[in-house]
Ligand binder design. Sequence first.
Ligand SMILES: Cc1cc2nc3c(=O)[nH]c(=O)nc-3n(C[C@H](O)[C@H](O)[C@H](O)COP(=O)(O)OP(=O)(O)OC[C@H]3O[C@@H](n4cnc5c(N)ncnc54)[C@H](O)[C@@H]3O)c2cc1C
Length: 390
Amino acid sequence: MTTSEVSDEDFQEILAQTRHFVRTAVIPREQEILASDRVPDDLREQAKKMGLFGYAIPQEWGGLGLDLSQDVELAMELGYTSLALRSMFGTNNGIAGQVLVGFGTDEQKARWLEPMATGDVVASFALTEPGAGSNPSGLRTKAVRQGDDWVITGQKRFITNAPTADLFVVFARSRPADADGAGIAVFLVPADTAGVQVGAKDAKMGQEGAWTADVSFDDVRVPAQALVGGSEDIGYRAAMISLARGRVHIAALAVGAAQRALDESVAYAATATQGGTPIGDFQLVQAMLADQQTGVMAGRALVRDTARQWVRGEDRRVAPSAAKLFCTEMAGDVADLAVQIHGGSGYMREVPVERIYRDVRLLRLYEGTSEIQRLIIGSNLVKTAQKERS
Ligand SMILES: Cc1cc2nc3c(=O)[nH]c(=O)nc-3n(C[C@H](O)[C@H](O)[C@H](O)COP(=O)(O)OP(=O)(O)OC[C@H]3O[C@@H](n4cnc5c(N)ncnc54)[C@H](O)[C@@H]3O)c2cc1C
């Protein structure tokens, strides 16, 4: 079953083009991306032309219109190279874009989604604050109604693509949490609005070429039409649903990165020698390869099954968290083994597995840490059992 606007045949073409782009245009530039801490402009332009800034945005609004089952296949290809490439258009398709796709008014969609799909507008998702990361319901950014306007004040941190963003999708408290909800609304704030300030680019452990920064909002005035969906009660639900969908995508990205680490490991083991013997002939090295292969296969199967369950509406709570938990931890283990298989070379900057080891570390942290995924899985299982008993 497919819910997608894109036929299987057309999708296979998109997938093949993406694979070709990743393998022939991006992989040869990985060192350049790492050393310059930026994705070169010509690769950005090529990604724009291919529609990659809007692959998950519906066709009605100018995107390619892939559903989540197709999204994960694409993500497994994108994960095969520097994760900065995917990050460049990840917020438009994912956490920021899906808030608009799922909850925006037609007027808001018409204004923003088409330029996001072409890549002329970069949107950032601004939820996290100091002290409100794993628990965003504790966020302190405030939105106060003044006549027809809203005035937003607060601090966000670690915001992906903030240094290049044209639009911030900003979560802010419009009233205290009460029995009716979390009191969190979400607003569309153009980056050039007076009072919006983007901090210096963060110095990160990995994913060179993908940028994050603090963003501060100092009495930022936006019109009533900036309130997503025209309702104050949408924000928290929009964040949770967008993040749950994003977790399936991140799981797929992890599988792609793990596959690359495995392929690099096999190629190295087959050719590098010790005492004239290829290290791949040693059974202890073969055991590491076997564990990598098994992890990748299990991750890929889990991601595909989870995406299928999402598009059928069967499970949008437990499965996304289980897939993200398993696949991102698996990618960490596979990358660690890849460094081990490469010996001392695996610790050297020019070697792909060294980059992968650092790139994938982030996947266990953002869009919900592994601990938060465990809490979501466990609490939902118990709640369901309790409901069935009452
Ligand atoms: C490179 C990067 C890009 C990011 N991009 C974005 C973005 O675009 N937009 C955005 O809004 N945010 C973004 N984030 C923020 C990211 O989602 C948060 O960093 C993440 O959710 C963790 O929150 P925290 O950093 O506040 O850590 P904390 O929540 O303080 O977590 C610290 C530790 O405590 C654990 N912990 C916390 N609460 C519990 C609990 N209840 N039970 C058990 N353990 C717990 C965590 O699992 C973790 O091990 C990004 C972060 C990074 C590093």
